[in-house]
Design a binder for this molecule. Structure first.
Ligand SMILES: C[S@@+](CC[C@H](N)C(=O)[O-])C[C@H]1O[C@@H](n2cnc3c(N)ncnc32)[C@H](O)[C@@H]1O
Length: 388
């Protein structure tokens, strides 16, 4: 599974990293040998989260210049300050509930949100983190101890969802990392699940979709002929669990994706599944398992429908650019001292430009049992919910 000859420009992994990838390949192959075929969601789950070896569970750098990708909190602390600005009115209304962050990555968003909430005199009682990666939880603790040492006592790492939760739930680029299933509709109109087999390496094999939840979801999409795409039933299940847990408060997710009309557009006939390796985007999800991130775009209509079915109220759905502009990014940028301005201005451009993250990324927020006097910062100036 070394970079093949058509990818000569990709950096080679170290011998240790390659050995870890080989061990993960052997583990996934054993799973295939045991069953003959595995779903792509099972492949992705192991490739990302197999203990000690999966991309998020192993030692890969992942984030930042030395890693494979950069996320918004790594670009500028202003991002987390804007998120905190959206949470503050909710925490006020709840007389300072808790914050629960899913998939906290390096811990930078947590540090930024806590610092800004402290500045606003609106600290949550507890800042809870749920992350499927133990390796990242250790990294989050180190980041928080460095950036906001006096607030670390408020931070708790949970290994499961609380049964009930009052407060604010946040997650940046978490939904795209939840394993997806692959579905193919052939030119005769039959629906298949695309799974993974071993034939001198990982290979695709389609199986006719049997009656069940995936067939129901795929049929409802009325996909065009000769069409490959992703469906995320696990992500919908995740939204269901989070919504069920929230007794009072709000939920804010930011991620890249589209409403279903754009996601399942006839021209997007090969889906959105991608691997990220050292700042290269690859279409081959079998490339260096455990050393490449795997992701699919998020179907925000599916997010909305799952939340709506659980009785959550939509607070807003907008592009990331609209969200950040209304959540005070320009004002926060203008207030920076000259020494910090240039790099923050460049990050602001990346976060909001339609050619970068501004349009592809979206913000969506829900609430339950909250009577807020006004729309949340970030959602006051625009409303794209009619697209969902
Ligand atoms: C692309 S990273 C984003 C990290 C961070 N939020 C950021 O913006 O930099 C995805 C994160 O989601 C976590 N994750 C994936 N599925 C999860 C789940 N079901 N529950 C909690 N965390 C999850 C991963 O371990 C990882 O920390």
């Amino acid at each position: 599974m070394l970079p093949s000859q058509d990818k000569p420009q990709l950096p080679l992994p170290t011998p240790d990293a390659r050995a870890a990838s080989d061990a993960l390949i052997a583990k996934i192959r054993a799973e295939i040998d045991a069953h003959g075929w595995i779903s792509f969601a099972d492949y992705m789950r192991m490739a990302l989260y197999a203990p000690g070896l999966g991309y998020y569970a192993g030692g890969a750098a992942k984030f930042g210049q030395s890693g494979d990708f950069v996320t918004a909190p790594g670009l500028s602390p202003l991002f987390g300050a804007c998120v905190a600005g959206s949470l503050a009115p909710v925490l006020d209304a709840l007389d300072h509930g808790d914050v629960l962050e899913f998939g906290a990555g390096t811990g930078h968003l947590a540090a930024q949100v806590l610092a800004e909430l402290e500045r606003l005199d609106c600290l949550p009682r507890r800042y809870q983190i749920v992350d499927v990666s133990a390796e990242l939880a250790a990294r989050q603790r180190a980041t928080l101890s460095t950036l906001v040492p006096h607030l670390v006592d408020r931070v708790q790492w949970l290994d499961r969802l609380p049964e009930q939760f009052v407060g604010c739930v946040i997650g940046n680029e978490v939904l795209d990392a939840i394993p997806c299933d692959l579905v193919y509709r052939d030119s005769a109109g039959a629906l298949f699940e695309r799974g993974v087999v071993w034939k001198d390496g990982f290979n695709w094999e389609d199986r006719l979709l049997a009656p069940g939840p995936l067939l129901a979801l795929a049929s409802a999409l009325e996909l065009p002929a000769d069409y490959l795409t992703e469906i995320q039933p696990q992500m919908q299940g995740f939204i269901h669990s989070v919504a069920t847990m929230l007794t009072r408060g709000a939920i804010l997710f930011l991620d890249y994706g589209f409403p279903s009309g754009e996601y399942y557009h006839a021209q997007r006939n090969r889906g959105t599944l991608m691997a990220h390796y050292r700042h290269h985007s690859l279409t081959d999800p079998f490339f260096l398992p455990g050393l490449s991130d795997l992701t699919c775009h998020v179907d925000f209509s599916a997010v909305y429908n799952a939340a709506d079915q659980c009785g959550l109220q939509l607070e807003g759905y907008v592009s990331q650019a609209q969200y950040l502009l209304d959540a005070g990014l320009p004002e926060r940028l203008a207030a920076l001292p000259p020494a910090q301005y240039l790099s923050a201005a460049s990050a602001t451009h990346k976060l909001t430009s339609p050619a970068e993250m501004g349009e592809l990324f979206k913000a969506i927020a829900f609430s339950r049992n909250l009577a807020l006097p006004a729309l949340l910062p970030g959602f006051r100036n625009a409303d794209d919910s009619y697209r969902l």
